[in-house]
Design a protein around this ligand. Structure first.
Ligand code: DQA
Length: 157
């Protein structure tokens, strides 16, 4: 596929994910976010996707980026980190974006504290991948590629 035709996927990482590698390695592993970005870029190339990989500790940045994706991207992979469990603003941004959305978590929130069992993001996500560590990012790319392809086929017919 010509790179200009390649679907563009936004991969958004929320608060404290910039500290992967040093942050609770028994939960999140020892890879850095940079390592994960490199692995995502490799998988994206295999899948014929372009990616836009970002991280912020600020809820408003994430809302702004989702609003941007609505106009210029084909899908969103979102690890909203702690904002998953608190942010109505991120949920509302996802709802208006009307894009395929994969919710992602490295850990399995359902095996952790009760406050992690609620996800606002899930209310707007097509699917959710959790508990598989950094490999989840690659699986999320596989999933979003398929959702984007199905949507493109739907809009052609
Ligand atoms: C997380 C799970 C969240 O509960 C937590 O607040 C995070 C990371 C994960 O990737 O497992 O920061 O989203």
């Amino acid at each position: 596929m010509d790179s200009s035709d390649a679907p563009l996927v936004q991969i958004i990482n929320g608060p404290n994910l910039n500290l992967l590698g040093v942050r609770e390695p028994e939960i999140y592993g020892t890879e850095t976010l940079g390592d994960i970005e490199t692995a995502c870029a490799e998988r994206a190339e295999q899948l014929g996707l372009d990616i836009d990989f970002r991280q912020s500790n600020l809820e408003g940045d994430i809302v702004d980026w989702i609003q941007e994706a609505r106009l210029s991207h084909d899908g969103i992979i979102l690890n909203a980190a702690a904002y998953t469990h608190t942010s109505v603003a991120i949920l509302d941004a996802l709802k208006v974006a009307e894009l395929p959305v994969i919710e992602l978590h490295m850990s399995n929130p359902h095996r952790r504290e009760a406050f992690r069992h609620t996800s606002y993001v899930s209310l707007a996500a097509d699917g959710m991948i959790c508990g598989l560590g950094s490999h989840g990012y690659l699986l999320a790319l596989d999933a979003i590629a398929r959702l984007i392809e199905l949507r493109r086929q739907g809009s052609e017919s």
